[in-house]
Design a protein around this ligand. Structure first.
Ligand code: SAM
Length: 218
């Protein structure tokens, strides 16, 4: 899953992962993180997720990091927001309405930049990545985040033989392995049943487990 794979997906609008109504687990479980208004929230691999607008509406300062400039433009255009644009290190920054999207590679975000966030929202970021890159993603994220940073992580688990990712199956064991040494992990919710999106059901996924975790960086 290299950069071109994702840019092609955006160019051809093959974005079945995008949820126009946002993810229901966010409103249901964000409160469990116990964050105050004004908290800086990082949304890695953000796409044009409407969850960023929801987080901004809760009073947070939201930063999405996304490879595709098309996704960033779409996020602001769909809200009739004229985004300010500037250069921020390795990234092109688009910002308006309490949300900034850094267009570039998440792995170029410095440890110092990561340390400036108090919370992370990961929906379809970890599960978008193949196994070796998931390890790298967790390492990179945890290398920067300061103690006490809270994360809401949503995973999808299924029989990986039924379908090639993305989205990839991520088991509870893997979450423990990737994050357990450096985070306190609580599974807040688990939902088993048919995949809730038509594009996954069409790809043969009948039975999935979606889990919602709270992680607190030690
Ligand atoms: C499965 S989508 C999920 C998007 C979003 N989190 C959502 O819930 O709609 C994964 C996104 O990550 C972006 N992406 C993939 N690799 C990336 C990287 N290394 N740095 C930044 N963005 C990346 C892709 O362009 C794509 O928009």
């Amino acid at each position: 899953m290299d950069r071109d794979f994702w840019l092609e997906r955006w160019a051809h609008q093959q974005i079945g992962f995008h949820q126009p109504e946002g993810h229901p687990a966010l409103a249901a479980h964000w409160g469990a993180l116990g964050l105050e208004r004004g908290t800086r929230v990082l949304v890695p691999l953000s796409g044009k997720s409407v969850d960023m607008a929801w987080l901004a509406a809760q009073g947070h300062d939201v930063t999405g990091v996304e490879l595709s400039e098309m996704a960033a433009r779409a996020f602001f255009d769909e809200r009739d927001l004229a985004a300010e644009r500037s250069r921020a290190g390795a990234f092109d920054r688009h910002a308006a309405g309490g949300v900034e999207i850094l267009v570039g590679d998440f792995f170029d975000l410095s440890a110092a930049a990561l340390a400036s966030y108090d919370a992370v929202y990961d929906r379809a970021a970890l599960i978008a990545l193949p196994p070796a890159t998931r390890q790298r993603y967790a390492e990179h994220l945890l290398s920067g985040l300061h103690a006490g940073t809270r994360l809401l992580l949503i995973t999808l688990d299924y029989d990986q033989r039924l379908m090639d990712g993305p989205p990839f199956a991520v088991s509870d064991d893997e979450v423990q392995r990737l994050f357990g040494e450096r985070c306190r992990i609580t599974c807040l919710d688990e939902r088993r049943g048919p995949a809730d999106s038509a594009h996954l059901r069409e790809r043969g996924l009948d039975e999935v487990a979606e889990r919602v975790y709270r992680l607190v960086r030690r």
